[in-house]
Design a protein around this ligand. Structure first.
Ligand SMILES: NC(=O)c1ccc[n+]([C@@H]2O[C@H](COP(=O)([O-])OP(=O)(O)OC[C@H]3O[C@@H](n4cnc5c(N)ncnc54)[C@H](O)[C@@H]3O)[C@@H](O)[C@H]2O)c1
Length: 453
């Protein structure tokens, strides 16, 4: 099939590469000309494991192309995927300006009927708006055809996006047009060979499903984080509780890990957008508000714990941070807990030495002044980052940080104090290695009585 994917970001690039992998002819339209130039050279501007070799292979075979020209992108196209960003607007609602700009361009540029699929996360009713906008453009140009609109929300996880796309838990198609539904069924069939995981539903239900899924996952995280705070007060280890409840199949083991809060390009903005939708519809989103408030609080806990440890005397301290990306496997730092921590540490006069396997350049762009002033250093290795540090904070649980040589770490630090923002370390082992250990919702190990949360 000839497919056009609009937007060469995390979702658009993975979608384009994976459809090319299944033998489709894919052209990816991106408005950022520099990004297009890089992609044409096979230089993938984001970190997503497995993506670059796939892009290079299909660039070489000619099955995947990149352009910023609408004419070229839409020539003979059967399916157009919209995969542009929908960031938070000022009032928390989803900013649809990119999606609507694409709809307008499609109305001005399309030469033939095709299926237009919205893959961006958008509020209920957006597909209808997009459809109206495209049709208005087509009518203005005297065209007699219309497009078939479908909603196909994306559920991939950054860091394992290729695997998620190639073997999805489910594919949701929201579409009222039977031919379009059949077209998408055929397109996704190779990804769903093992068993039927294609769920067809109304367009509005598909749009809503994505928000409900993200809001539910965010709720699980905020719930366990609240339990962790309670555990900290009750001298209970949340990690034991996690195992205790996760073994119940009704609860399950996923998304019940206590930590320093969720970030990324989806959960925070999608929860905010759903709150805004609820407000507009006169429904009090009490659970969603609590989820958001708990997460905002959770992101501050590591700083609070560090400050408490130093009894408020922060000026001139050196704090090492391991992990900057909002989660392992990606260079995405959008709404990452690390940023909240760095901001607070810098404001308190602390010198920060941070490292991350792939996200340091994204962070460097945000903290040019602190870098120039030497208040922030982005270390090359975990060991360089801890040199002379008064405390180490683990923020992102990259595999590289899971089993360090703790004796070496201790030798490099001025004081062996470790704040574990993801509860990945064995507190007993750390205490035996001479560290003062504090996790999230765990009894402290070493000579400190309180835990971080
Ligand atoms: N990142 C994820 O893990 C993820 C997962 C599921 C769903 N989503 C949703 O998918 C959508 C895209 O997210 P993303 O993370 O890929 O965004 P992104 O910001 O990484 O990429 C969006 C891309 O679209 C381009 N773009 C914007 N307007 C354009 C236009 N008019 N024409 C051509 N290109 C244009 C931008 O330049 C950018 O490269 C969002 O709605 C998001 O909520 C994201």
């Amino acid at each position: 099939m000839r497919i056009c994917v609009i937007g060469a970001g995390y979702v658009g690039l993975v979608t384009a590469a994976c459809f090319a992998e299944m033998g489709n002819q894919v052209i990816c339209l991106e408005r950022d000309a520099q990004r297009v130039a890089r992609l044409r050279r096979g230089d993938v501007p984001i970190h997503e494991p497995g993506l670059e070799p796939m892009v290079r292979a299909h660039l070489a075979s000619g099955d995947l192309q990149f352009t910023s020209g609408w004419n070229e992108a839409l020539r003979g196209v059967e399916v157009v995927f919209i995969a542009v960003g929908t960031p938070s607007g000022e009032d928390g609602s989803a900013d649809l300006s990119h999606v609507l700009a694409v709809a307008e361009a499609l109305g001005q540029q399309l030469q033939q009927r095709c299926v237009v699929v919205d893959k961006s996360t958008v509020p209920v009713g957006t597909a209808e708006r997009v459809s109206r906008c495209i049709d208005a453009g087509l009518r203005q140009r005297g065209k007699t055809f219309s497009v078939a609109l479908a909603s196909n929300p994306e559920f991939l996880k950054e860091g394992v996006a290729i695997a998620d796309f190639m073997r999805p838990d489910r594919v949701i198609i929201g579409c009222d047009d039977e031919d379009a539904q059949e077209c998408l069924r055929r397109l996704y069939a190779p990804f769903l060979r093992n068993h039927e995981r294609l769920l067809c539903m109304g367009v509005r239900a598909a749009e809503f499903s994505k928000y409900a899924a993200n809001a539910f996952l965010a709720t699980k995280i905020s719930f366990i984080n609240e339990m962790a705070s309670l555990c900290a007060r009750l001298d209970v280890d949340i990690e034991e509780v996690r195992r205790g409840i996760g073994s119940d199949t009704r609860i399950g083991t996923h998304f019940i890990y206590a930590g320093c809060g969720y970030g990324g390009s989806c959960f925070p903005k999608d929860v905010r957008a759903l709150i805004r939708t609820a407000e507009q519809e006169g429904v009090e989103p009490s659970i969603l508000r609590a989820v958001e408030a708990r997460n905002a609080l959770q992101k501050t806990l590591l700083f609070q714990a560090v400050r408490e440890h130093f009894s408020g005397y922060m000026q001139g301290r050196v704090v090492a941070i391991w992990g900057l990306a909002f989660k392992p496997g990606t260079d995405d730092i959008r709404e990452a807990p690390s940023l909240v921590l760095i901001d607070a540490l810098l404001a308190a006069g602390v010198r920060v030495q941070a490292c991350d396997p792939v996200a340091t350049s994204a962070v460097a762009g945000r903290y040019a002044t602190a870098l120039a002033a030497g208040q922030l250093r982005l270390g090359e290795s975990p060991y360089q980052a801890v040199e002379g540090a008064d405390a180490l904070v683990l923020v992102t649980e990259w595999k590289q940080f899971r089993q360090p040589d703790f004796l070496r770490v201790r030798g490099l630090m001025r004081m062996p104090v470790l704040f574990d923002g993801r509860n990945i370390y064995d507190s007993q082992q750390l205490s035996e290695a001479g560290f003062l250990y504090r996790g999230i919702g765990r009894p402290a190990a070493g000579d400190c009585k309180q835990s971080a949360a």
